[in-house]
Design a protein around this ligand. Structure first.
Ligand SMILES: Cc1cc2nc3c(=O)[nH]c(=O)nc-3n(C[C@H](O)[C@H](O)[C@H](O)COP(=O)(O)O)c2cc1C
Length: 208
């Protein structure tokens, strides 16, 4: 696939078939995380890979208890009256747990959080570890797309991150960006309407 075609094709897929993703494809995709830019040349990424719906259900159990909190968070941020956004949430909200189990492959991308606690940054660059980890995730999203896979992720809310770190026995000093899944899209996978952006409106010549 041409690179720009990959960019066009990458969409969040929340409905998967049960066709298994091979270890070979998994490793190929994970390898691209280490090609992303990284602060201080660290590349301190680690992946917990969970296969099988039952095993995944155990790891993401804290989500079930938090769905109410997630819905409140969504309601709070929605003061925009944005129809596209609400259509996306209407589809995405009920699928947060199912989408992570359906393909039978869950990946938790961890990164080493040095110096400042993630949730207590003192300046913008304190977030560099986090930013690097998201750059790595974007590489994985694009590589998975190039392999014909769909991707989705859930960003932890409330106490989910702490609970999940305990469940998968992560050493001190590591954080994760999201609960990430990839798999072969279901035939009827729903795609929320994509926003139409006029690039010309987004470019400010010299000053805004
Ligand atoms: C920082 C970030 C957090 C997100 N959190 C979630 C999430 O918790 N659950 C989810 O289903 N999608 C999540 N998404 C996916 C967005 O809903 C999705 O990217 C957006 O609707 C645009 O659709 P597209 O990815 O198909 O282009 C997140 C995306 C980003 C960049």
């Amino acid at each position: 696939m041409d690179f720009y075609e990959v960019l066009e094709k990458r969409r969040t897929i929340r409905d998967f078939s049960d066709r298994e993703v091979s270890d070979e494809v998994l490793k190929k995709v994970l390898n691209t995380a280490f090609k992303a830019p990284t602060n201080d040349h660290l590349r301190q990424l680690e992946f917990v890979v969970v296969r099988g719906r039952e095993n995944i259900a155990k790891v993401i159990a804290p989500l079930a208890r938090n769905m109410a909190a997630f819905k409140e968070l969504v309601a709070e941020v929605d003061e925009s009256d944005d129809g596209d956004k609400m259509a996306m949430f209407a589809d995405a909200l009920p699928k947060q747990q199912k989408m992570l189990m359906q393909s039978g492959l869950l990946i938790i991308p961890f990164f080493r959080q040095l110096t400042w606690p993630l949730l207590r940054p003192v300046e913008q660059s304190s977030l560099n570890y986090f930013a690097s980890a998201w750059c790595a995730l974007e590489n994985m999203l694009l590589a998975a797309t190039a392999e014909g896979l769909g991707t989705a992720f859930h960003v932890p809310v409330s106490d989910e991150a702490e609970k999940i770190k305990e469940i998968v026995n992560v050493p001190e000093g590591y954080e994760f960006t999201c609960l990430f899944t990839m798999g072969y899209p279901a035939e009827n996978a729903f795609l929320p309407k994509q926003k139409v952006i006029n690039m010309e409106d987004k470019i400010h010549a010299g000053v805004w």
